[in-house]
Design a protein. Structure first.
Length: 480
């Protein structure tokens, strides 16, 4: 390949694929490289025997957030996937020993009496309910300037003045771990507030794509837009290294061949980019230490079940220990918790095209400590999580046709990262605001996108937002 490009993008996760669409829209001659055979990074689709399974994510703002905004910016609105919204789904939750049968839709929640039944179950008093409402109202009307003040404050400290119900406290703590992969006493209050505020302002638009592609519909839609705008896309194209000459990124090496470009954007993770692809010798030692010392969100386990019949009517839910602190602290210390935090999405209950007629797909996820691959025996943990899934979803084992199981080591190998982290660099109080890694590398014309540098939302949304921030930076006149 003797072509030269304006922009080469490494990795087709939500950050890289969004960047490909946005750079192409700016008129850049763009090449998107993906080392795997499928698009999606951490959000690929796994297909087998007529079943389509993914990692089970529920997307926080669906088309109303950056997943739709990227396509609106590049004038490809017709490519925005159709979503089903979670407010219309039944939820099954186990909180300690309490069974919670809920709908997120607040109108349904209260008009059916489920809201009052829920309050009685958890012993929610009127003063506690008012304290929760006061906190939510404050979050809803905070300005970005006020939120920035809490970027380097943990969410547990933010919650301290609102002495609420212990069950509600556990639910909020579970939200922190489920959304950010780190606990309430570490996660940035500013980031938690942004997610709550944006979700409330979008009227509960959390949802799931219903076009037969699962979560991969999001990066796939970005790639379709990029191709429409002239980008080239190569799968099975692992980048060996980034070409850096005279302190400037000049292209990449793929399968031993040099491909030149005016700029390189990496969605391969900030640590793999600096240490493996670019090489630490091109960076100041202090910068390398900062990158190596980043704290990552907890690692992840994934169970993808293909079932011969439906075992649950619920679309999503989870099993949460009442004592989140003990469970999480045991986990990060490498001690198997008595009870894990487990989430499931019965994706075919939302989009029936993901499973053959009469069958069901269920994806379950949980978390573990961040370890280098090969340093930990995950088997006892995986067995414990599977046992918890069986109690949460009776009948799942005897009706399993196959179950694809992935531990953190396998996830790390698939993603090409140092760890099998669930999200990326943690959006913790010590890594937000001015302490968040910048999308602009110290090496000229080398940039990063993805959750390691994303902020303002969570997971795939944070990744897409990072591409939008970079787009805003690069579209400015020179010198801005």
């Amino acid at each position: 390949m003797n072509k030269a490009y304006d922009t080469i993008i490494i990795g087709s996760g939500c950050g890289g694929s969004a960047a490909a669409a946005l750079m192409s829209y700016l008129g850049h001659k763009t090449l998107l490289l993906e080392k795997n055979k499928v698009i999606g990074g951490k959000a690929p689709l796994f297909e087998k025997d007529g079943f389509k399974l993914d990692h089970g994510h529920v997307l926080s703002r669906s088309d109303k957030g950056p997943h739709g905004e990227v396509l609106r910016i590049v004038r490809c609105r017709d490519l925005i996937p159709k979503f089903s919204y979670a407010k219309d789904w039944p939820i099954k939750g186990l909180l300690g020993e309490q069974l919670l049968d809920l709908y997120p839709n607040p109108v349904h929640f209260f008009l059916t009496g489920k809201g009052f039944a829920f309050a009685r179950k958890i012993g929610l008093t009127l003063p506690q309910a008012l304290a929760e409402a006061k906190m939510n109202l404050r979050i809803l009307f905070m300005t970005e300037k006020q939120i920035k003040h809490y970027d380097n404050v943990d969410f547990q400290t933010f919650m301290t003045p609102y002495k609420g119900n212990p069950y509600m406290k556990s639910i909020l703590e579970c939200c922190a771990v489920g959304l950010f992969g780190c606990p309430a006493w570490e996660v940035s209050a500013g980031e938690m507030i942004r997610v709550f505020r944006s979700s409330n302002r979008c009227q509960g638009a959390a949802g799931y794509p219903v076009n037969g592609e699962g979560v991969s519909a999001v990066p796939n839609s970005f790639v379709r837009a990029a191709k429409r705008l002239g980008a080239e896309v190569m799968t099975g194209a692992a980048v060996q290294n980034i070409i850096i000459e005279h302190g400037e990124a000049r292209g990449v090496v793929v399968n031993g061949e040099r491909i030149l470009a005016r700029r390189v954007i990496s969605n391969a993770g900030i640590m793999p980019t600096v240490i493996k692809l670019a090489g630490r010798e091109h960076f100041d030692p202090g910068y390398v230490r900062m990158i190596e010392n980043l704290k990552y969100a907890c690692s992840g386990f994934s169970f993808k079940f293909a079932l011969r019949k439906k075992v649950t009517k619920y679309a999503w839910g989870g099993d949460m220990p009442l004592n989140i602190a003990k469970s999480y602290n045991d986990m990060v210390a490498g001690k198997k918790p008595e009870k894990f935090i487990v989430m499931f999405v019965a994706s075919s209950n939302i989009d029936p095209s993901l499973a053959p007629e009469g069958c069901q797909t269920i994806s379950c996820i949980s978390g573990g400590p961040v370890m280098e691959p090969g340093q930990f025996n995950w088997d006892p943990w995986m067995e414990a999580v599977k046992g918890q899934i069986e109690r949460l979803l009776p009948g799942i084992t005897e009706n399993t046709i196959f179950c694809r199981v992935e531990n953190p080591d396998q996830i790390a190998r698939f993603n090409g990262r140092f760890y099998g982290d669930s999200v990326g660099a943690a959006q913790s109080a010590r890594q937000m605001g001015d302490m968040r890694p910048s999308m602009i590398s110290p090496v000229k014309n080398l940039y990063y996108v993805g959750t390691d540098v994303g902020w303002g939302s969570v997971a795939t949304e944070a990744a897409a937002l990072s591409a939008m921030y970079l787009y805003d930076h690069l579209k400015q006149p020179q010198g801005r």
